[in-house]
Design a binder for this molecule. Structure first.
Ligand code: GLA
Length: 428
């Protein structure tokens, strides 16, 4: 396809306008220098699905026990999760015994984790996976187990000795902002001092924001990912509230994300009970756009083939894990549609259009191609593949053309836009 030179000039001018319209094109802050989470962490985390179930008598299959994690580890390997990139098997709250040991160290509940955490870590490592654990910066964990305040060095060393690979550090039961801030920083340094590579997952901004505006540039220097918003639950209401919080704060958070440090909108709840198929598609697509850690919280022993295929969808995971490491943002919101976009490596873009209307049937949305990717994604032309809800090659589009898509209520169409010309079929 050949463009006339006036069209080309207009295209370039438009592209510059779009670039100027993005106010948060600020350079990224320095990341925590531990060499980890170069792309968003992928794995499984027990909290949303299994919570704090301590009753192994009545519910042996869903209580928080070493058996649960061993079963998940096996399935992560045998059912293709590890091959798809899900590597970290993470324990959340409620693994601890109610008291520290005589030397002040945390210990696992002896009934539910008879082999102890070191044994579990060895097992998880033997499967080629990594183990995550949970602790709290304050006096107690959110569920009331021993907190790390006053024990940061001991706890960091204990986790390193056990062979732990990730720490989720919660922020309950802190007395002050100072305690919260200093505690999160101190633990980061304590983990580094152990010499073991341990991904550091924080909830610092979530607990800080009611009291003081979080400084995300500073948080990025200490944490590999950080939660800013309330816990996810298994509902569309919850997923929507996370998307709304993210878009309404994007000027503050998007530019901070990048290799080594990511905004964490919380777990994937795909494969559970509360989301319709279209809503699960929306969660997968938008977590890819947001460069979010992909930590599933579901039951891998009992998951539908459809949810499994969605969670293991290579092309969507590739967007989440894109090496350019730039988080996407909401581009436009009108008539109950939202358009989000994310710049990718090799001048490609991911585009997600959500139909936020919760009444009626599928609705059509017309994308003006020139508006995509800050005006440059399709200048002068591009190739578009629809990835979700089903994969379809949509073909070549010129920068002046339009694309009409249909989207189910609460569903999303996810597109990959590549800069290829019609004739050469190669990168422009
Ligand atoms: C907080 C966290 C959750 C989970 C629970 C555990 O609410 O935000 O992700 O870890 O504590 O008690």
């Amino acid at each position: 396809m050949q463009l006339r030179s006036t069209e080309r000039q207009l295209g370039c001018a438009l592209a510059l306008c779009f670039l100027a319209l993005i106010p948060w094109g600020i350079p990224r802050a320095r990341a925590l220098d531990n060499g980890l989470a170069i792309t968003p962490t992928m794995g499984w985390l027990h909290w949303e699905r299994f919570m704090c179930n301590l009753d192994c008598q009545e519910e042996p299959d869903s209580c928080i026990s070493e058996q649960l994690f061993m079963q998940m580890a096996e399935l992560m390997v045998s059912d293709g999760w590890k091959d798809a990139g899900y590597e970290y098997l993470c324990i959340d709250d409620c693994w601890m015994a109610p008291q520290r040991d005589s030397e002040g160290r945390l210990q696992a509940d002896p009934q539910r984790f008879p082999g102890g955490i070191r044994h579990l870590a060895n097992y998880v490592h033997s499967k080629g996976l990594k183990l995550g654990i949970y602790a709290d910066v304050g006096n107690k964990t959110c569920a009331g187990f021993p907190g790390s305040f006053g024990y940061y060095d001991i706890d960091a060393q204990t986790f390193a000795d056990w062979g732990v690979d990730l720490l989720k550090f919660d922020g309950c039961h802190c007395d002050s902002i100072q305690h919260l801030t200093d505690g999160y920083k101190y633990m980061s340094l304590a983990l580094n001092k152990t010499g073991r590579s341990i991904v550091y997952s924080c909830e610092w901004p979530l607990y800080m924001s009611p009291l003081k505006k979080p400084n995300y540039e500073e948080i990025r220097q200490y944490c590999n990912h950080w939660r800013s918003f309330a816990d996810i639950s298994d509902s569309w209401q919850s997923v929507k509230s996370i998307l709304d919080w993210t878009s309404s704060h994007q000027e503050r958070i998007v530019h901070v994300a990048g290799p080594g440090g990511w905004n964490d909108p919380d777990m994937l709840v795909i494969g559970n009970f509360g989301l319709s198929w279209d809503q699960q598609v929306t969660q997968m697509a938008l977590w890819a756009i947001m460069a979010a850690p992909l930590l599933m919280s579901n039951d891998l022993r009992n998951i539908s083939p459809q949810a499994k295929a969605l969670l293991q969808y290579k092309d969507v995971i590739a967007i989440n894990q894109d090496p350019l490491g730039k988080q996407g943002y909401q581009l436009r919101k009108a008539s109950n549609f939202e358009v989000w976009e994310r710049p990718l490596a090799d001048l490609a873009w991911a585009i997600a259009v959500i139909n936020r209307q919760e009444i009626g049937g599928p609705r059509s949305y017309t994308i003006s191609i020139v508006s995509l990717g800050r005006g440059v994604a399709c200048n002068p032309a591009c190739h578009i593949t629809q990835l979700l809800p089903v994969k379809r090659e949509l073909g070549f589009y010129e920068w002046t053309s339009e694309l009409k898509i249909r989207i189910n209520p609460t569903g999303t169409v996810l597109l990959r836009v590549e800069k290829r010309s019609h004739t050469s079929k190669s990168l422009i």
